[in-house]
Design a protein around this ligand. Structure first.
Ligand code: ADP
Ligand code: ZN
Length: 744
């Protein structure tokens, strides 16, 4: 183990028996754990492996985890006499062994440093300290002898008996804290302690859910028995949209709760789960804990602690929920397992679905992957027997799958800057006249994806990225969707200064909204994109309003495509079905199929039959044909053969290297050096270096290389060894992306 920076001022141990030496992993991107001494006054008993401890590092104190103990590697060891002592142990349960092994495995697989992975498990440092009970006040005695307006307001604020902290009272009653103190002195208010920890309502697993149909029953009892038997297993729950998959896996959740264990449900985007939370609460009489990046710090801290103490029984969250400190995780569910939002692209680059499978196998527990359009990876794992599979081929009750048709835009395209074909407009009129809802799907935020000068042909581009600026007319700005750079919509061309020469090219949802307003001026409509509804609460409200039929026309990006249940929706119009097929991504066809199938699946989920119309210039494309004919399995079989033939995932392994930096010369040099020292033998192929499609991103130049190996090879180890050999300037970053999903 390597040596932390030592200092003369620290106590030394040379006069005593050799100190107990422990290895402490710090949540920093370091190559290994550092050694520390357990000072005698802490007592040998007190420090155990897994404990959170504060240790000195240079001139600061850092909290890390005791990872091991005993002599360090010879040669690297710091002499006993120079070891610095642990400062203290934090009063919180230690990190479970399975979590520590998960950190190590994940670091190994993703080529990240264990410390960087550890940091993800310690994302809420404040949670390591017990919260202090908070002082609060409630009404206790008689009204004060002298009543003032301020005093009266305080008493009104506390009238319904709920104790509140002093600052809250002062704010609500618009009084100074002195008024509150005065009332305490008078005996009108009484001090009480609010508990510091969050109270977590207990889900009632004995409550019964919907009466399941035969298919659901079969699947549910198969999942229940996996949970009852215990041990690791991965099961793909593969069922059409609206088949009642959620109801089925909630049975598995009930089984795990009956065993007294914890459950994690991973979802691609937490903003979309309001309906899910409501259903869960209805099913079990208590809400689960939600975990996502929008949680406030206090909430994060309390949630983290509730999980660490085993009081939180069910957590639903985005990928980072995988790193919470479960004490006894008994089941993992990954809903919409095919969704690429499970891939984390920054920092430690990992795929949360795959790492959830790893976590389940380390914890020896079952995991359920759920989708109507399972990833090719998961389908192949089913075929080879690695995963089990359960099928739900029909929608609940009498609901039918929507009828999907293509609109051939080669004959139908409207002229001018319009995007709705006559066929789609007619269908919209019919649907609206029947009192039903229409969803128009266009996966493009803003007003127009490109602004161009008619006079000189100049395209408005981001100064920091290889990307066009997207017009957001509602805010009157042009914006980069990669780095957030934005500017006021200019009046003249920044290149040739021609006035009124800038034109918007192509549609975004805002522009589609304009077209719709002209055609259907009296129809209440809603626009849903990640920049028009911000945060989970706003999204929940919007989804609720749609579900309740407050609007008849919905225009949305992919955030409306997923998982929602809109009973009145019977027509889905896809404005540009070909959009996702552009670019050379190996999963472009698969992904386009998945998203279009998902969005079409919003239609006709109750009694009324639904339909979906796909505007396309390529109606013969295998993706469109598969959607129209409903022959998913044939399409996936073709995809599979193509990938097998090319040795692409899941039949071969890929690792991408992304070299980036602010100095283009240094980046190119490093990429070339990597290219020159690439591993070369029979099983390995290296493509590149080449400029990335996003060759400039947030001001950094980017080059890519791609390592391709056969399936069984240890691609992570190959990549790590390869990168380790090549020296490069400190300002250049070489990111390793094992199993890449993005090729930008
Ligand atoms: P999926 O997740 O497969 O798309 P859901 O689980 O969301 O499907 O179910 C679709 C709808 O059918 C939901 O509103 C759900 O409450 C309802 N549902 C599911 N199972 C049943 C059942 N057995 N009886 C009645 N309604 C059900
Ligand atoms: Zn940018």
């Amino acid at each position: 183990m390597a040596a932390p920076h030592t200092s003369e001022a620290e106590p030394k141990f040379d006069d005593m028996a050799p100190p107990r030496r422990v290895h402490v992993l710090l949540p920093l991107p370091l190559d290994s754990a550092y050694d520390y001494a357990v000072p005698a006054e802490l007592g040998d008993e007190e420090i155990r492996i897994g404990d959170f401890v504060a240790v000195p590092l240079g001139r600061r104190a850092v909290v890390g985890v005791v990872w091991g103990e005993g002599p360090a590697d010879p040669g690297q060891a710091v002499a006993d006499s120079r070891l610095r002592p642990i400062a203290y142990r934090l009063p919180t349960p230690g990190m479970a062994e399975v979590t520590r092994r998960f950190v190590e495995w994940l670091a190994d697989y993703t080529c990240a440093s264990p410390g960087a992975v550890l940091r993800m498990t310690m994302s809420v440092q404040a949670a390591l300290e017990p919260p202090r009970p908070r002082l609060a006040y409630c009404l206790a005695g008689p009204a004060p002898s002298r009543m003032t307006g301020a005093r009266q307001r305080v008493m009104d604020v506390l009238a319904d008996g709920i104790p509140l902290p002093g600052p809250t009272i002062a704010e609500l009653a618009a009084v100074s804290s002195g008024v509150v103190r005065g009332l305490v002195k008078q005996g009108t208010l009484q001090e009480v302690q609010l508990p510091g920890e969050m109270t977590v309502p207990e889900p009632d697993w004995q409550k019964s859910g919907e009466i399941l149909n035969d298919d659901q029953l079969k699947a549910a009892s198969a999942l229940r028995s996996k949970v009852d038997m215990g041990g690791y297993s991965t099961t793909l729950l593969d069922g059409v949209t609206g088949a009642g998959k959620t109801e089925v896996y909630l049975e598995a959740v009930a089984a795990a709760l009956a065993q007294g264990r914890q459950v994690l449900v991973l979802v691609p985007e937490i903003g979309l789960t309001a309906q899910w939370l409501e259903r869960f609460e209805k099913r079990f009489g208590a809400a689960p804990l939600a975990w996502h990046s929008d949680l406030g710090t206090a909430r994060r801290r309390l949630t983290w602690r509730a999980v660490a103490q085993g009081r939180a029984r069910v957590v639903v969250g985005a990928r980072s929920a995988l790193f919470l400190p479960y004490t006894d995780l008994g089941l993992i569910v990954v809903d919409e397992e095919h969704d690429s939002a499970f891939k984390q692209e920054d920092g430690v680059i990992y795929h949360a679905r795959d790492m959830a499978v790893l976590r389940a196998s380390l914890g020896e527990i079952p995991i359920v992957l759920v989708s109507a359009t399972p990833s090719l990876e998961s389908q192949v794992n089913v075929e080879t027997g690695r995963y089990g599979a359960l099928h739900l081929p029909n929608r609940i009750g009498s609901a039918e799958l929507p009828q999907i048709e293509a609109i051939d835009m080669r004959g139908e395209a409207p002229s001018g800057p319009q995007w709705l074909s006559p066929a789609l407009v007619t269908a919209m009129q019919e649907t609206l006249a029947a009192g039903e809802q229409v969803l128009l799907f266009l996966n493009r935020r803003g007003y127009a994806p490109l602004t161009l000068c008619r006079a000189c042909g100049h395209r408005l581009q981001c100064p920091n990225c290889t990307a066009w600026l997207v017009e957001h007319r509602f805010h009157g700005r042009l914006q980069c969707h990669h780095c957030g750079f934005n500017l006021r919509q200019p009046e003249a061309c920044p290149e040739c200064a021609a006035e009124d020469s800038l034109v918007a090219c192509g549609p975004g949802v805002e522009r589609l909204g304009e077209e719709v307003d002209e055609l259907f001026p009296d129809v209440p409509r809603m626009l849903i994109a990640s920049d028009t509804v911000r945060g989970p609460d706003a999204a929940a409200e919007a989804i609720q309003r749609i579900a309740e039929g407050e609007v008849s026309l919905i225009i949305g990006t992919q955030i409306v495509a997923k998982g929602h249940h809109f009973p009145l929706l019977t027509l889905v119009g896809v404005i540009d079905a070909d959009l996702g097929l552009q670019g050379g991504d190996l999963r472009a066809a698969e992904r386009t199929y998945q998203i279009l199938h998902q969005v079409a699946g919003r239609s006709g989920r109750v009694q009324r039959p639904g339909r979906a119309l796909l505007q396309t210039y390529m109606p013969e494309h295998p993706v469109m044909q598969a959607l129209i004919s409903g022959q998913r399995d044939r399409f996936m079989a073709q995809e599979k053969e193509a990938r097998r033939f090319q040795g692409l995932p899941p039949f071969g392994r890929l690792v991408a290297l992304i070299v980036s930096g602010r100095d283009e010369g240094q980046v190119i040099q490093t990429a070339r050096d990597l290219g020159r020292s690439a591993p070369r033998h029979g099983d390995v192929e290296v493509l590149g270096p080449a400029p990335a499609p996003l060759s400039l991103l947030r001001g950094r130049f980017r080059q890519r290389l791609l390592l391709k190996t056969r399936r069984g090879a240890n691609a992570s180890a190959l990549a790590r060894a390869w990168v380790a050999q090549v020296e490069h300037p400190q300002q250049v970053r070489v990111a390793i992306d094992v199993d890449p999903y993005s090729f930008l």
